[in-house]
Ligand binder design. Structure first.
Ligand SMILES: [Zn+2]
Length: 236
């Protein structure tokens, strides 16, 4: 895209973002992970470049001190995220699932990504991307329950370090009836909406430690959160 397209495109994207901000938050979604995770800052603003990434979250597993890996970071398996289980945020039906693409080495962008998407009864679609090769446990058409494991975090596709790229999609046609503007991104059938999860603990905001039980909240860049273990979840 020529640089002079960025102005109008960003302006348009901001308008779309505002529109999506004004929809009522979704409810009934648990976090897709367990343990301690950080929301990465979108330093390159790549999430602002397309409709389906607009409200995506990049999540990285961290230890007590906020570190994302041990020993040599060039080794994929030294990253705490790599291989961590990923769970359905709510029940639904699997719309797409693929898990055969290789995990790229650290620092190198891969080609195609492994991903799962699930349609929920309210019509929203949750999407889990960069999954580990061979880890996906569901296939198209499967019915899944909330909290069911669907795969593991990996480094497939356009990722340079292991992390989960997570989004919730709505049909852009239904939700954004400003079709002339949307011709900017005719290839995007879905728009990603603000993500709200229920029942987690906020333990750090940047360098500030805290300890807040969030009943329902929208994870922000640089937050470190603790998600319940699934065992506790099912014992309730
Ligand atoms: Zn991302």
């Amino acid at each position: 895209m020529p640089p002079d397209m960025w102005g109008p495109r960003l302006k348009w994207m901001n308008r779309v973002a505002q529109k999506l901000e004004s929809r009522p938050p979704s409810s009934g979604y648990r976090p897709p992970l367990e343990g301690r995770w950080k929301v990465l800052i979108d330093k390159t603003h790549h999430h602002r470049s397309t409709l389906n990434m607009l409200n995506a979250l990049d999540l990285q597993a961290v230890d007590e001190r906020g570190r994302a890996y041990k020993a040599d970071p060039r080794v994929l398996s030294n990253w705490y995220s790599f291989g961590k289980p990923v769970y359905a945020i709510a029940g639904g039906s699997v719309q797409n699932a693929n898990g055969e693409e290789p995990d790229a080495p650290v620092g190198k962008l891969g080609k195609k990504t492994n991903a799962v998407s699930i349609v929920h009864p309210n019509g929203e679609v949750s999407n889990y991307t960069h999954l580990k090769q061979g880890s996906v446990t569901v296939k198209k058409g499967d019915q899944v329950e909330a909290g069911q494991m669907i795969g593991r975090v990996g480094n497939s596709g356009q990722a340079v370090i292991p992390h989960l790229h997570f989004s919730i999609f709505v049909s852009r046609v239904k939700e954004l009836p400003i079709t002339r503007d949307l011709d900017h991104q005719a290839d995007n059938l879905f728009a990603s909406i603000p993500v709200y999860w229920e029942d987690f603990r906020l333990v750090r905001v940047g360098r500030i430690k805290c300890n807040v039980h969030v009943i329902r909240g929208r994870p922000q860049e640089n937050w470190i959160m603790e998600f319940n273990e699934l065992k506790e979840e099912s014992a309730r």
